[in-house]
Design a protein around this ligand. Structure first.
Ligand SMILES: [Mg+2]
Length: 242
């Protein structure tokens, strides 16, 4: 595995840079959204629509529709009323209530060091978080990780992407947008399927073990594997970007 051409880091957020267990976070988050929007058709129908629209977004592979468009198309067809109304309500949720969920996460000082070291080495930094959330919710979780959005040259969100992990199209779209070849890039992530799918298009992959998510069905394929601390050492040994 050649690592001397690397000048671009793609990094996952949840479970990688931020200590957040999505399995326990998601139900609390969805309950919280439901309580905030207080949908007059009932909580059950709201949650069903929210979940169905989220799955539609993950499964859709139409390159003409952003994840946001797919989400609202499905969601609004199930709950009625306009996309504009819901967008305003969700925006308010993410600004007013979502920050309180930060207590379910812990920040890891190693993540801050990784970002500092990558910047010092002049690497191009992509926050490659699964683009199922709006930008406002991603910026908030970055704060929980003690990181800043301006630390990253590009951030994937549901507004700017047309695919989700583990679709290799997600990684292909990032590379198109940032004008990089797979040989220049390394993907860092804790999910053996969703993050390591970057390897399918030739991106070097590093599986982070701290909060490892593995599939029972298939053995993970990756180029490197270790703790977040191990990755920091790995990064320190890489030559700086030209
Ligand atoms: Mg993750």
């Amino acid at each position: 595995m050649k690592t001397n051409k690397l000048d671009t880091l793609l990094m996952d957020l949840d479970g990688t840079l931020l200590k957040l267990d999505m399995d326990s976070f998601l139900p609390k988050y969805m309950d919280d959204v439901a309580a905030f929007v207080n949908y007059d058709g009932g909580k059950k129908l709201f949650l069903k629509a929210f979940w169905t629209a989220s799955l539609a977004m993950v499964e859709d592979s139409n390159p003409q529709k952003t994840n946001e468009e797919v989400f609202f198309h499905t969601f609004c067809s199930l709950v009625g009323s306009s996309r504009e109304k819901w967008q305003v309500l969700f925006e308010r949720y993410y600004r007013e209530r979502f920050p309180l969920l930060g207590e379910l996460s812990t920040f890891d000082p190693v993540s801050v060091k990784i970002v500092e070291e990558a910047r010092r080495k002049n690497f191009f930094l992509v926050l490659a978080t699964n683009p199922v959330f709006p930008r406002v919710a991603i910026e908030e979780r970055l704060k929980w990780a003690d990181l800043k959005s301006h630390d990253f040259d590009f951030i994937t969100s549901f507004e700017n992407m047309h695919f989700c992990k583990p679709n290799p199209g997600y990684y292909r779209e990032i590379l198109q947008k940032i004008n990089r070849s797979p040989q220049q890039c390394l993907m860092l992530g804790n999910d053996a399927v969703e993050d390591m799918a970057a390897g399918e298009i030739g991106i070097t992959t590093y599986l982070v073990e701290d909060m490892l998510i593995e599939s029972k069905k298939q053995a993970p394929k990756y180029d490197f594997r270790g703790t977040l601390q191990d990755f920091l050492s790995f990064l320190q040994d890489l030559p700086p970007a030209l």
